[in-house]
Ligand binder design. Structure first.
Ligand SMILES: *Cc1c(COP(=O)(O)O)cnc(C)c1O
Length: 377
C-alpha cells in the first residue's frame, strides 16, 4: 500500500517508509492512496481471532510484510496488556457498549498504537537500509508523551524527545514523564499550551536546515504523534475487532450499522474509526465528542474552522486542543483528494488561524456528528 501526501499528489511513499518519515516533507500528512476493502467473511473470521491475530490481519492490508513477522510484532506489542482480551467491551445499556482501551502499560489508549509503532519503525529501518538512526520528536498534551516514551524506551537505533506544555498536563502525567527510565528518552517542558508545543515540533520537522543538521549527526526525524500514519493504522484495528466481536456475541447482526462515539483532541482516534468505515466496516455516524474546547463541534455545525478563540484548561487535558493535526486528512478527503484545495485551506489556517469549507465539501461531512459537554455536564 502506498501513502500519498495531502499537499502534493506526486509525493508518495511505501507504508513503512511513511512511518519512518512521520510527516511528509511538504508539511502534509500521509494518507492511503486507496482504502483496502474488508469483506464480511473477513470480519467474521476476525471475530474468532485473538486481538494480536486481528491486528496482524488488518495491518497486513497496509504493510507489505511477511505475515509471520507481522504477527510476531503484534503478539509482542499486546502481550503486556493486563487483560488477555486486550480491548474488552462492557455492555452499558441495551444497545450501548464501551470499548476499554486502557489496559496497556501506561493506561492511555495511545498504548494501542505506541506499543506497536517502535516495532513498525524497526521494520522500516531494516527495509530502508540507511545508516541514520531515528530521532523521534513528539508533542504531548499528557498521555501521548508517556505512552511514546514507554514504547520507544531502549529501542535500538531510536531516541525520543517529548515536549509537553509546562502548565497543560496533569501532575500525574508530568510525573509519569519526568520519571521515565531508558537511555534514549528525553523530556522537555514548553512555555505555552499544547498547540504551541505541537506547532513548534511541526516547524522543526518542516525546517530543511534542521533536517540537514541532525542528518550530519547521524539521525533522521520522525514523529510518534498521530500525524504519523503508524499511529493511525493500529487504531483502525480495534474498531473492526470490536464490531466483529459484537457480531460474534450476537449483539449486532452482520451488516447492521453501528455508531461510534470518540472523545476527540487531535482527531486521530476518530479518524481511525472513519478509515475503518472507509474500509467497509458497517458504521452509521461517527460522533465527535469534545469538551469545552469545542472547535470541532462548531466546525461540523458551520463548516467554519476557527482556532482564534478562548482556550480552556479542563479536566480532560488530552482534549484541550484547538489545532487538530488530523483534521487535514479529512479536509483532503472532502476536497476530493485534491492536494491543491487542501493546501490553500491549510495555508489560511497558518496565516489567519481559520478557514471555511465550501457547501459541497460540507455535504460530505454527513458521516460525522459533533457535540460537546462541559466539565459540569
Ligand atoms: C489522546 C487522548 C484523547 C484525544 O485523542 P485524539 O486521537 O488526539 O483525538 C482523548 N482522551 C484521552 C484520554 C487521550 O489520551
Amino acid at each position: 500500500m502506498r501513502l500519498v501526501s495531502t499537499r502534493n499528489a506526486g509525493n508518495t511513499v511505501g507504508a513503512l517508509e511513511g512511518v519512518l518519515k512521520g510527516i511528509a516533507d511538504d508539511g502534509g500528512r500521509f494518507v492511503p492512496e486507496t482504502f483496502p476493502q474488508i469483506s464480511r467473511e473477513c470480519i467474521e473470521e476476525i471475530g474468532g481471532m485473538t486481538y494480536a491475530q486481528a491486528a496482524a490481519r488488518v495491518l497486513g492490508f497496509y504493510f507489505e510484510m511477511d505475515p509471520g513477522e507481522l504477527l510476531a510484532m503484534t503478539t509482542a506489542a499486546y502481550e503486556n496488556f493486563d487483560d488477555a482480551r486486550v480491548t474488552p467491551m462492557k455492555k452499558l445499556g441495551k444497545r450501548e457498549f464501551v470499548l476499554e482501551l486502557f489496559h496497556g502499560p501506561t493506561l492511555a489508549f495511545k498504548d494501542m498504537a505506541l506499543q506497536l509503532l517502535p516495532r513498525l519503525m524497526g521494520a522500516a529501518l531494516a527495509e530502508n537500509g540507511g545508516k541514520e538512526d531515528v530521532l523521534i520528536l513528539t508533542a504531548t498534551s499528557g498521555d501521548t508523551g508517556k505512552a511514546a516514551l514507554e514504547g520507544f524506551k531502549d529501542v535500538p537505533r531510536t531516541k525520543i524527545a517529548v515536549f509537553y506544555p509546562e502548565e497543560g498536563v496533569s501532575s500525574m502525567q508530568k510525573l509519569q514523564m519526568v520519571t521515565q527510565g531508558g537511555e534514549n528518552t528525553y523530556v522537555c517542558a514548553v512555555r505555552g499550551n499544547f498547540d504551541d508545543a505541537q506547532t513548534g515540533v511541526k516547524q522543526v520537522f518542516a525546517d530543511p536546515q534542521m533536517a540537514e543538521k541532525v542528518r550530519e549527526k547521524g539521525y533522521v526525524f520522525s514523529s510518534a504523534n498521530s500525524i504519523n500514519f503508524g499511529r493511525l493504522a493500529p487504531q483502525i484495528v480495534y474498531y473492526i475487532y470490536a464490531y466483529a466481536r459484537l457480531v460474534r456475541a450476537g449483539e449486532v447482526r452482520m451488516g447492521d450499522e453501528v455508531n461510534i462515539t470518540v472523545p476527540t483532541g487531535n482527531f486521530g482516534n476518530i479518524l481511525a474509526a472513519y478509515y475503518a468505515k472507509r474500509m467497509g466496516l458497517p458504521v452509521a455516524k461517527l460522533i465527535c465528542a469534545s469538551n469545552k474546547n469545542n472547535v470541532l463541534t462548531d466546525f461540523f455545525d458551520s463548516g467554519r474552522y476557527v482556532t482564534n478563540r478562548m482556550f480552556f484548561k479542563t479536566m480532560s487535558p488530552s482534549m484541550d486542543i484547538l489545532i487538530s493535526s488530523n483534521l487535514e486528512r479529512l479536509i483532503y478527503r472532502i476536497a476530493g483528494n485534491d492536494p491543491e484545495k487542501n493546501k490553500v485551506l491549510m495555508e489560511e489556517l497558518t496565516k489567519d488561524g481559520a478557514y471555511h469549507i465550501t457547501d459541497e465539501m460540507k455535504m460530505q461531512l454527513a458521516d460525522f456528528y459533533g457535540n460537546y459537554a462541559t466539565g459540569e455536564e
